[in-house]
Design a protein around this ligand. Structure first.
Ligand code: 1HE
Length: 266
């Protein structure tokens, strides 16, 4: 299935395509890409659409100097939300971020500047995170009298462990790029431009058979809540389907014919 994406009338994000790759840009840089309710709805719409239009990989990036300053604090203040109002807000955030994580399509996040609060929650729903030298991470929820509501308790604690996450929330500790890389908040740290690296990686992963990408970018997430026994069963089931696909046979024949690249460190 290869289709042109329809035109969307988004106000807070911009969507471009480069062959079979989609580039989603948060486009609220005057507000440091703070996530308002409308932007969350736009993310749900676009990430719901991608599988239907044959998109093979997605780059998630931002305009301006900061990836995202998290929850739109001004909107939250002005709306005077009740507890149940905000629970509904959180459900929409979860909808958006689950669409990203469980889409079956690789999502590569290009990070820079502030990647904080809900911005880190969004980034942690992607499958690969690339930081540049300006990127820094924080969970200032505690300082603001708030709590994470976009899945950080699950995804950020998985990335860095509960102790580090609790410390970030209690103390407002900021992790700059180098240290962030070493504790697992990002997988890559590049010198200059995380966008260029994200596009390069997206193009490479777009060459992987879609069924393999579907398995990699959904099965590993789905098995997190299963017992080891059930997760192993699920893994064997998915591998049975993926590892017998025609695209795998072609690649294995190329290996047997000595035309496929070898996996060498140097
Ligand atoms: C915002 C937001 C925002 C900026 N909501 N409007 N997140 C935070 O606690 C981070 C709050 N933001 C900041 O600490 C700083 O803005 C930054 C370090 C990201 C950038 O600083 P700077 O000096 O470049 O910009 P600024 O002057 O602070 O902000 C520029 C504008 O962006 C200004 O609007 P303006 O109309 O006065 O020009 C700011 O109000 C606006 N802005 N950040 C709304 N977050 C599901 S629960 C998740 C809970 C959380 O995410 S808690 C973390 C919240």
């Amino acid at each position: 299935m290869h289709m042109k994406l329809p035109t969307f009338n988004f106000k807070n994000i911009v969507v471009e395509t480069d062959k079979n790759i989609a580039i989603v840009s948060l486009n609220r840089s005057t507000k440091r890409n703070a996530l308002n309710a409308e932007m969350i709805e736009e993310l749900i719409s676009i990430f719901s659409a991608f599988p239907r239009y044959g998109v093979k990989a997605v780059v998630l990036r931002s305009e301006g100097k900061h990836f995202s300053a998290g929850l739109d604090l001004i909107e939250h203040l002005q709306q005077e939300r009740s507890a149940s109002d905000f629970m509904q807000v959180c459900l929409r955030w979860h909808e958006a971020f689950n669409k990203i994580e469980y889409s079956g399509i690789p999502v590569i996040a290009a990070l820079k500047g502030a990647t904080i609060g809900g911005g880190l929650e969004l980034a942690s729903a992607a499958h690969i995170r690339i930081a540049d030298q300006t990127t820094y991470f924080a969970l200032p929820e505690g300082q603001r009298g708030l709590f994470t509501g976009g899945g950080a308790t699950i995804r950020v604690s998985e990335l860095i462990g509960r102790a580090r996450m609790i410390d970030m929330m209690l103390t407002g500790r900021i992790y700059k790029a180098n240290e962030a890389l070493s504790i697992g908040l990002c997988q890559y740290l590049v010198e200059n431009n995380s966008d260029a690296s994200a596009i390069e990686i997206a193009k490479a992963v777009a060459e992987i058979p879609p069924l393999s990408n579907f398995a990699i970018c959904s099965t590993i997430s789905h098995t997190r809540n299963m017992s080891a026994l059930d997760a192993s069963y699920m893994e064997s089931f998915v591998a049975g389907v993926v590892n017998t696909q025609p695209e795998a046979n072609d690649r294995l024949k190329a290996f047997a014919n000595k035309t496929a690249v070898r996996v060498k460190a140097d």
